[in-house]
Design a protein around this ligand. Structure first.
Ligand code: GAP
Length: 444
């Protein structure tokens, strides 16, 4: 994991938030490469679950909602982790994550067994809306995006004119005051979720849960996380939330162990019923054909953006022994991102930076590609070193403009470039005019 963390900092994927002031535990910033990777992931999720489907509608809700939402959803009462304090060093820990020795738990900080009894610690981050810090003005930063989709169910149903089954999708920030943020970005206090609430008739709930599990596995495959790398954990009755009739956790083998990426939960009609009860508003669905009114059930595939980004980074990271061109070998660090996730799609290099004709042509190619994809123009250092820099950020294609391209070696190769493939390191000669279509097909 240290090598991954170091590469992420060195190459501009992830930085500690407020780093120059010592950071802030549980908060992270995404640098130039990280933000591209994250956007590629979110854009592809949105395309898959909203644009490519007829039964989905998107929304973007506010982070702060009326406190009544969190009373109705049960978060104010029960969204808590058990917490203990160490009486010796005063550190706070999650009671369910304490290490054991001879059947006794101890403080992972100082080793003391002198711990308080566990007590519930609510994970919602608080603030105040308005100038007075009163109980009346107390608000929470949302701990999940889901609730906005339940409370806007009726508005979205009416404005989108969808019929059951249909879903609402949302990507957005969520906040949890985690007692022990850990494992890099895996458990943060500020993170993003990609959530779907898929509304249906009660009799379809279980089958649709299996359907969405399959859809989500296909999604992970299509972003470069193969199916065998994801373990499906069918949560037993005793561990599921009381309102859920079925929940699958999708787990990925991170360097720190098998951990949850996403949950696909059949939440029955619990959420809409709770909001009907607390708001007094009718959130029922009326079936025109059957002349029936009922509270829809819901299946919720809920994924973490940051956890998926971390899984993409872990899955892509590789060190390979390759020929160094001088008869020996060297270690190449390469990120094997799926081309559609890669932050930069194409590196563009003039063979030499002191030949204006090469520079001009390479810049013109970069400018022609820019409206279609993220490219990186680089003229510094030997070509081999430029390839290695792109390998480290996972750029799937590199283009070199040489003397053939500018017609100095005769007309036959004029306007052709070398296209180098990251994974095989193979190079081919193609007309510069074909670059856009060749790369666009791979990254779509
Ligand atoms: N609406 C359901 C819900 O929020 P969850 O299992 O608590 O369910 C869904 O969260 C997903 O959000 C998780 O599978 C995970 O990917 C992500 N997530 C939850 N807590 C997180 C945290 N502290 N840091 C990063 N991601 C988190």
């Amino acid at each position: 994991m240290e090598k991954i963390v170091s590469l992420c900092k060195r190459r501009g994927f992830i930085f500690q938030s407020s780093e120059i002031y010592g950071g802030l535990n549980g908060f992270w910033d995404y640098g130039p490469m990280g933000v591209e990777l994250k956007r590629n992931l979110k854009d592809f999720w949105w395309r898959r679950v909203v644009h490519e489907r007829d039964d989905m509608a998107g929304m973007d809700g506010s982070i702060i909602m009326n406190r009544a939402v969190w009373r109705a959803s049960g978060h104010e009462e029960t969204f808590s982790d058990p917490m203990v304090d160490c009486k010796n060093c005063k550190a706070r820990h999650r009671a369910d994550q304490l290490p054991h020795k001879n059947d006794e738990t101890y403080c992972p900080n100082c080793g003391s067994r002198d711990l308080t009894e566990p007590r519930a610690f609510n994970l919602m981050l608080k603030s105040y809306a308005g100038p007075i810090e009163s109980d009346e003005n107390l608000v929470y930063l949302r701990p999940e995006t889901a609730q906005a989709m339940f409370v806007q169910f009726k508005n979205i149903l009416e404005t989108s004119r969808k019929k059951l089954p249909f879903g609402i999708a949302q990507i957005g920030k969520a906040f949890r005051n985690e007692i022990n943020p850990r494992n890099y970005t895996f458990r943060s206090r500020e993170f993003e979720q990609m959530e779907i609430e898929y509304f249906c008739r009660a009799e379809d709930g279980l089958a649709l849960t299996d359907y969405w599990l399959e859809e989500r596995l296909k999604f992970y495959e299509d972003i470069g996380i193969p199916r065998p790398k994801i373990k499906i954990h069918d949560i037993p009755d005793s561990e599921r939330a009381f309102y859920s009739k079925k929940t699958y956790d999708l787990e990925y083998e991170f360097p720190f162990g098998l951990s949850e990426l996403e949950g696909v939960a059949y939440r029955t009609d619990y959420d809409l019923s709770a909001h009907i009860k607390h708001s007094g508003r009718p959130l029922e669905y009326f079936d025109d054909e059957k002349k029936e009114k009922f509270v829809p059930h819901v299946v919720e595939p809920s994924a973490g953006v940051d956890r998926t980004v971390l899984a993409l980074i872990c899955e892509a990271y590789d060190e390979e022994e390759v020929a160094d061109g001088k008869g020996g070998s060297e270690t190449r660090t390469v990120m094997h991102f799926h081309p559609r996730m890669a932050p930069v799609k194409c590196g563009i290099f003039p063979l030499l930076k002191n030949k204006p004709a090469l520079v001009e042509k390479a810049r013109a190619i970069a400018d022609a590609l820019r409206p279609h994809m993220m490219v990186f123009y680089d003229e510094a250092g030997a070509i081999g070193r430029r390839y290695r820099r792109q390998d480290e950020i996972g750029t799937p294609f590199c283009v070199t403009v040489d003397f053939d391209t500018i017609g100095e070696n005769g007309p036959e190769n004029a306007d052709t470039v070398t296209l180098r493939h990251r994974d095989s390191m193979q190079q081919e000669r193609i007309p510069a005019g074909e670059l856009k279509d060749r790369i666009a097909t791979a990254i779509f």
